[in-house]
Write a protein of this length. Structure first.
Length: 315
């Protein structure tokens, strides 16, 4: 099949995006499309696949996200911003509710993070601390600054937004250790059958730095729900104050964030379009070919590169 796509990213978390409002495919077929388009060895590559769908009267933008391995995520807040931008353009609005798989978010075109950077503000939640919903089965209902015995002695805070996250605060990020723990969770052990995202977070006087091993993806430059989860976890554990804005840094750039005591988190970040094109996809084999790029958004790419260069100085 021939598909039109937009290659986009939120804070370096990159995706092919499809306006799927007129398309009807099974979940298995979409999983095959995701594997084909997200394959870094293929013509497109990405951390997953974003779908812009029809919503409803109160949340007119519909959203689905498939990870690079074909599994579906409950949400992807970097991806929500990109789909919201596509929805704003299609619907002729500057703000709209977004209906996700099992949750809701609100999105609005926001003041730019930097000149030339298209920026979207999104609010998601409430965060839940009930690990039985994942499930995470180690005999407790909540994990706040506590060890998860199968993972060793490190202390984690477990929360879902609604993606499940394990957040560990540290003075320095040991990437080898992060990958080790991430892979233990990725193996879907009996005590964590649906896996989880794992983040190591450094708290600084004016910012957070977040590094994430993302479920279904691996070590990634950015994960929007991880940045939201880390912001809320920092407030929950007294490392940051509720209602106090914070800059959240990652390998892919940054977002502005704020968490509230009622467990809602707002992120304001980029929704950058890199190029637009068409590609042939075979969902059955998970392969893509014959990419033709029809438009490039070089000014947006350059504007975001400036933000990344500035953010790198503070990581």
């Amino acid at each position: 099949m021939r598909l039109s796509i937009i290659k986009c990213h939120g804070s370096g978390n990159d995706f092919p995006l499809i306006d799927a409002r007129g398309l009807t495919m099974s979940d298995a077929a979409w999983a095959g499309v995701a594997r084909a388009l997200a394959d870094r060895a293929g013509p497109v590559g990405g951390d997953g696949l974003l779908l812009f769908l029809n919503g409803d009267a109160t949340h007119p933008i519909g959203f689905r996200m498939f990870n690079a391995d074909g599994s579906e995520a409950e949400t992807c807040l970097n991806g929500v911003r990109c789909v919201a931008r596509a929805g704003f353009a299609a619907l002729g609005v500057a703000a709209a509710g977004v209906r996700l798989a099992g949750s809701l978010a609100d999105a609005a075109h926001d003041a730019p993070l930097a000149p030339g950077v298209y920026t979207v503000r999104e609010t998601a939640g409430p965060v839940t601390l009930d690990v039985a919903r994942w499930p995470l089965d180690i005999g407790v209902e909540r994990i706040v600054e506590a060890a998860v015995p199968p993972l060793g002695d490190r202390l984690f805070t477990a929360l879902a937004i609604p993606n499940p996250h394990l957040v560990h605060f540290t003075d320095t990020v040991d990437e080898d250790e992060l990958v080790r723990i991430g892979r233990l969770c990725e193996a879907a052990p009996d005590w964590l059958p649906n896996r989880a995202n794992v983040s190591f977070v450094v708290v600084r006087p004016d910012s957070l730095f977040v590094r994430t091993f993302e479920r279904g993806v691996g070590l990634t430059d950015s994960c929007g729900s991880a940045m939201a989860a880390s912001t809320y976890a920092a407030c929950l554990t007294g490392r940051w104050a509720y209602d106090r804005p914070v800059t959240v840094l990652n390998r892919g750039g940054l977002v502005r964030a704020v968490a509230t005591a009622d467990a809602m988190v707002t992120l304001s970040g980029n929704a950058t379009f890199e190029w637009q094109g068409e590609v042939t996809v075979d969902p059955a084999t998970g392969t893509a070919s014959d990419l033709v790029v029809t438009a490039r958004f070089d000014d947006e790419v350059a504007a975001w590169a400036g933000v990344v260069a500035q953010a790198a100085a503070f990581r």
